[in-house]
Design a protein around this ligand. Structure first.
Ligand SMILES: Nc1nc2c(c(=O)[nH]1)N[C@H]1C(S)=C(S)[C@@H](COP(=O)(O)O)O[C@H]1N2
Ligand SMILES: [Mo]
Length: 222
């Protein structure tokens, strides 16, 4: 029997953390210099003239942004470590894009709900608390290390929430939905933790769920 993703991660040997990395590497993580590619489904292709980002659920009318709108907003660059629940961490990733805080200012949205659902192609979702997005280093990023994101890493726009496990950093972001009550997104419904703080090792949900096959079969780097 093939194990589902959460079950497989649970069974992998817990790596010994290099003490020289101090508190920088979260517990149970291994440092990698390569940049693994992980996702469900196909890599989308876009025409940037028709690409849109929608925002809804905030009380007002649905807001539809073009790629030009995003590039016209204040731009921010941050360098952060990222941590994947499959146990790799990568230090010093420099992302450029629009801070979530600036996006809200630019579109004049004052959130009244505490939770959001992020929607990425194709039909990928991740739930996040507003408090986890209301940070100086949460970006809708279009570039990594000064270059546009590659298609596999989320071109043209991805979320980057560096202080949560990387599954929350939705690639190919197309929708930002404000939701009244916290609801699990794709991986959160499939054995993973509702919050996902790597320093607290919030990897798995307690429930024993039936989980579909995952992207690990085609592990690759880009
Ligand atoms: N749209 C979308 N975003 C996604 C995913 C996905 O399947 N679809 N996978 C998530 C997971 S599980 C991880 S670990 C990271 C991987 O990002 P990377 O391929 O740039 O390393 O993207 C996240 N964002
Ligand atoms: Mo992941």
């Amino acid at each position: 029997m093939k194990l589902n993703k959460a079950e497989r991660i649970k069974r992998t040997r817990v790596p010994v953390t290099d003490p020289a990395l101090g508190d920088r590497l979260p517990p149970g993580q291994v440092l990698t210099e390569r940049f693994p590619v992980l996702h469900e489904g196909d890599v989308p292709e876009y025409d940037l003239n028709t690409w849109t980002l929608k925002v809804w659920g905030h009380g007002g009318e649905e807001i539809i942004l073009s790629y030009e709108d995003i590039l016209g907003m204040p731009q921010t660059t941050v360098t952060r470590d990222i941590h994947c629940v499959t146990r790799w961490s990568r230090f010093d990733n420099t992302f450029t894009g629009v801070k979530f805080q600036d996006l809200l200012k630019e579109i004049g949205v004052t959130p009244t709900s505490e939770y959001l659902m992020l929607h990425g192609d194709y039909d990928y979702t991740a739930n996040v608390a507003l408090s986890d997005l209301d940070c100086e280093d949460v970006l809708l990023a279009h570039s990594l290390d000064g270059e546009p994101l590659t298609a596999k890493h989320g071109f043209p726009l991805r979320f980057v929430v560096p202080h949560l496990y990387f599954w929350k950093s939705v690639k190919w972001i197309r929708g930002i939905e404000f939701i009244g009550e916290n609801q699990p997104g794709f991986w959160e419904q499939n054995g993973f933790h509702i919050n996902g703080d790597p320093f607290k090792e919030e990897r798995f949900s307690g429930e024993d769920l039936d989980i579909p096959e995952d992207e690990w079969e085609k592990k690759e780097f880009d």
